[in-house]
Design a protein around this ligand. Structure first.
Ligand SMILES: Nc1ncnc2c1ncn2[C@@H]1O[C@H](COP(=O)(O)OP(=O)(O)OP(=O)(O)O)[C@@H](O)[C@H]1O
Ligand SMILES: O=P(O)(O)OC[C@H]1O[C@H](OP(=O)(O)OP(=O)(O)O)[C@H](O)[C@@H]1O
Length: 214
């Protein structure tokens, strides 16, 4: 039996992913050790390999087959647009992709004006404004602290993730429009799904029993 390789997302989603795998008997304790610099872990007994990668790299590993399975956020899947199967909503990491800004920017959105939109997610923002709203905007790519953009005058609005809303509140911004709900998803390489279908379907059905909000 060959090893199945699973790519997990570093950061916020990692712990809950490991908890969920543990609930179905797949343990990889070593991965919880934050002081370790080791990148790949093997469970000999289950013939599984795991590694942690940056979110946007997970769909890349899965599309190329370097990982058979991946766990990452819906935001990343939409933004990266890779060829893969999204097989399951894992029910954690819930948040929303939103258009946010000061209250005063609301009318700019309604009047279809040419506005600047700062975001870490240019593909999601482009699809929303161009294909769904039919509004021409200028997109500005940022890499973090997106809420700064409308405060310092870089853009009129942002497209970003909102979870509790505290970052917006503390910076005097509001959700102006909702783009889509987000959560962690399991993705599968298209060839692996055919070649290793039985093992992958077993994993999916085991996970379904422990997923919150099925
Ligand atoms: N409040 C939140 N902010 C950002 N992402 C969230 C939040 N809640 C859940 N998520 C999910 O967690 C993933 C991001 O986790 P991560 O910790 O890697 O954050 P990041 O800030 O995007 O990464 P980085 O620090 O590398 O820029 C997102 O892709 C999203 O699906
Ligand atoms: O609604 P909230 O609960 O406040 O969460 C949303 C915030 O969290 C994320 O930022 P992150 O912490 O990843 O930092 P970053 O801005 O450097 O990406 C996101 O980009 C928002 O800024």
């Amino acid at each position: 039996m060959r090893y199945l390789t699973i790519a997990l997302t570093k950061g916020r989603l990692a712990e809950k992913t490991l908890d969920m795998l543990e609930q179905i008997g797949i343990t990889c304790e070593e991965m919880r050790d934050k002081s370790s610099r080791k990148l790949i872990f093997v469970n000999e007994e289950l013939k599984l390999r795991f590694f942690l990668a940056k979110g946007p790299d997970v769909p890349t590993y899965v599309e190329y087959g370097a990982a058979d399975i991946g766990v990452t956020g819906k935001d990343i899947i939409l933004e990266e647009g890779r060829k893969l199967y999204e097989v399951m909503d894992l029910g954690f990491g819930k948040c929303r992709m939103c258009v946010c800004g000061p209250e005063s920017a609301r009318e700019l959105l309604h009047n279809n004006q040419l506005i600047r939109v700062a975001t870490k997610y240019p593909n999601i923002a482009k699809d929303y404004f161009y294909n769904q709203k039919h509004q021409t905007v200028e997109l500005i790519k940022l890499n973090g602290s997106i809420e700064l953009a409308p405060i310092v005058g870089l853009s009129e609005v942002i497209v970003d993730i909102v979870e509790t809303g505290s970052t917006l509140r503390e910076n005097g911004l509001k959700v102006l429009e909702e783009v889509c709900p987000l959560s962690a998803r399991m993705v599968v390489n298209q060839v692996s799904m055919k070649m290793e279908g039985e093992r992958i379907h077993k994993l999916i059905s085991d996970l379904r029993n422990v997923v919150i909000d099925k």
